[in-house]
Every structure is written in C-alpha cells, then in structure tokens.
Design a protein around this ligand. Structure first.
Ligand SMILES: Nc1ncnc2c1ncn2[C@@H]1O[C@H](COP(=O)(O)OP(=O)(O)OP(=O)(O)O)[C@@H](O)[C@H]1O
Ligand SMILES: [Mg+2]
Length: 359
C-alpha cells in the first residue's frame, strides 16, 4: 500500500507536536521516522493509525483520503515498545485475538496462528503464557499478532527498545528480512539512528515536529543538508569545528585556529558564499594517523568501541575524535600526527545551520 502524508499537523492545546509534514511512502517501502525524544514521531504514527485525528492536513492510502476512517478499517498492524500482550492468555490466544473478534472459524484461526508462528519461529511456544517467554519471544508474538491480520501497512513504535543489545541487533535484521520477504509497507519509529540507518529504505528525520530531511540513509550520512542532521546521524558523532575560510595562492583553506590550516579540495569548496566563520564537520573515521603530518596531537582518552578504538586528542583548545585499529595499542599521552581526509569534509553556515555544499 502506498501512503501519503500531506501537510500533516497535530496541535495539542496550543503545542504543535507535528507541523505540516509531507511524506510519500511507496508500496512495499520501509520508512523510518527518526528524531530525538518529543519530536513528534509517535504522534505522527498515531495519526496514520487513526488513533489521533489530524488538526490539519491529510492522510492518503493508495490515493484515497482516510482521515475519518477508524483504526479497525485501515488494514494496519501495530507493534509497540511495550508488547501489550494479554498476560492471562496463551500465545495462541494472543495471536488469534483479532480473528476471534471477527468470529472466524476455529480451523482458520489454527491455520493462521501456525502460519505466523512459523514465520516468527515461535511455533513451539503456542501453549505458553507471555510471562513464560523471554523479551525477544514476547516481541515476536507481538509482531505475529500484527501480521496475522495480513495488514497492508505495518506500524512500529520503538519495538526493540526493551530488548538487550544483542537481541536488538538480531531482531533488527529479522524484522528487516521479514518485511522484505512479505513486502508490507512499513513505518518504523525510532530515536536510534543506527536502527534507522540499518533497516530503512528511506529515513524521515524529524525535529520539533518539523521534517528536516526525507531520503536514503547513505545520502543522510554523506551529504547532510543541515547541521542537525550532521550531528544526529553517524556513530561516533561527527567532529565539528568553528573555522575561517581563507583564500591564498588560488587555494582555499580552513583555518581551525591553534595553527591548524587545512587545504580544501575543489570538490569541497563551499558553493554558497559563507558569512564570517563557518562550521566544518569531519567524521572520526575520516581522520587517520600520519606521523609525517605537521598536525601533532596528544592522546587524552581511548574508548574501545569493539572493532575500533575511539581516540580523543587535543591541540590547544581543539578536541579531535578519530578511530583507530586497536592493534596499534596506542596509549594515553602518546603523541601522534593526524591527517584529515578533506574530501569528506562538510561545511555549514553558522547562522542558518544549512550546508554550504548540498542544498
Ligand atoms: N496527548 C497529548 N497531549 C498533549 N501533548 C502531547 C500529547 N501527546 C504528545 N504530546 C506532546 O507532543 C510532542 C510530541 O510527542 P511524541 O510522543 O509524538 O514524541 P516522540 O517523538 O514519539 O518522542 P519519544 O521518542 O520520547 O517517544 C511532545 O512535546 C509531547 O509532549
Ligand atoms: Mg514516541
């Protein structure tokens, strides 16, 4: 099913929780709503579900306005953070609850429960009560309960936040695989940018109820159009420096202060005339150790991140974060030379916070 949100707005007693959001979702697409707590993700999702009425704007399913359609007539399945399973009912009864309400024959309910339980890998748990299941198994039941209705649209609201880190990663790929194979259009609300980046075809970044960007994960990561997106996307976060842009001998340089002056390659020259000082961004993975470099720094802190170590170092008042291979066995207090891959640098207007490279 194709979904369109047109100027969608929700006000609660003077507070604008969602402000004129425009989003189109293709049939079969997996879209994430991503943004910090309180930005309006759940409110938007609940309007799509029909639980909240929009203050203004429209919701279209396959081109048909559904603003006034009650939730039960919208062909949607919902999965929440709290699994909201009925504790006194078995897994089987939880799964078939919506079919029971529709008074479907028992044989059909049994066949359907078996079908979704097998998809979710919980076929052997049908007789258990939710209290006898692990968090991950409960979340599978919740997902199965949404799928049994054969919905045309799946809505997820932070479904994995109650699970431990390892289970979260495996459920992430399970949900993605499942969505891919079933081809059900899905909206997935999360404040976890890694979840959004790894699962979604497109990501809607929301801040204060306003849509900041709606595009593919790679585009958000490589060509952030605002400072907010640059800061919010990517782990560990991007380094940001206040710099002056200087022309000399036909070349352009970013002057970070503390004697650090970096040449800006032609591909990264701001396309928009900057006003005064600008923000330069560079990701920790785009800074490498180069002991021939004039840029010398002292290591302040080493934070193991699994595959890499995150190194925090300082030049005068400037703090720089970069990633290294743990085999290098760097130590606090070591002096290293650094090289910035300026082909990956970002520049933003300090006032408007808009990118000077991508508009
Ligand atoms: N029923 C309500 N009445 C009044 N204000 C509300 C109501 N529901 C949400 N809000 C407000 O609307 C804004 C958006 O809330 P929403 O729940 O959509 O945020 P969210 O992005 O889902 O955040 P989180 O990541 O914390 O779940 C918040 O400022 C919130 O306080
Ligand atoms: Mg929410």
């Amino acid at each position: 099913m194709q979904v369109e949100l047109v100027n969608l707005t929700k006000k609660f007693m003077g507070v604008t929780a969602v402000n004129r959001i425009n989003i189109d979702i293709k049939d079969g697409e997996f879209v994430a709503f991503l943004g910090p707590s309180g930005c309006g993700k759940t409110t938007t999702l609940l309007m799509v579900a029909g639980i909240y009425k929009p203050t203004e704007g429209d919701i279209l399913f396959d081109g048909v306005r559904v603003n006034h359609l009650p939730p039960k007539d919208r062909d949607i399945g919902m999965v929440f953070q709290s699994y909201a399973l009925y504790p006194h009912m078995s897994v089987y009864q939880n799964l078939v609850f919506s079919l029971m309400l529709k008074k479907r024959p028992k044989t059909e309910m049994q066949a359907e429960a078996q079908r979704v339980a097998d998809i979710m890998g919980i076929g052997h748990l049908l007789d258990r009560k939710p209290g006898q299941l692990s968090g991950g198994q409960q979340q599978r039941v919740a997902l199965g309960r949404a799928l049994i209705k054969k919905p045309k649209l799946l809505l997820f609201d932070e479904p994995l936040s109650n699970l431990d880190a390892r289970l979260r990663i495996s459920m992430r790929s399970e949900i993605k695989k499942l969505q891919n194979s079933l081809g059900i259009t899905s909206i997935y609300v999360t404040h976890d940018q890694i979840e959004a980046m790894t699962m979604a075809d497109r990501i809607a970044v929301i801040k204060n109820g306003v849509l900041q960007a709606y595009t593919e994960p790679e585009e958000l990561h490589d060509r952030p159009r605002t400072l907010f997106i640059a800061e919010f996307i990517g782990n560990p976060p991007m380094n940001l420096f206040d710099v002056r842009l200087e022309d000399s001998g036909g070349k352009m340089y970013a002057n970070l202060g503390e004697g650090i002056k970096l040449e800006i390659p032609p591909s990264r020259k701001p396309k928009v005339e900057p006003r005064g000082s600008v923000k330069m961004g560079i990701r920790p993975q785009d800074i490498i150790i180069d002991n021939n470099s004039d840029l010398r720094t002292e290591i302040l802190l080493i934070e193991p991140m699994g595959r890499d170590d995150l190194i925090v170092c300082r030049v005068g008042n400037i703090e720089i974060h970069f990633l290294v291979d743990p085999v290098l066995k760097l130590k606090r207090g070591d002096s290293v030379g650094l090289k910035f891959d300026m082909e990956k640098a970002q520049f933003f207007d300090t006032e408007t916070e808009k990118s000077l490279l991508w508009q």
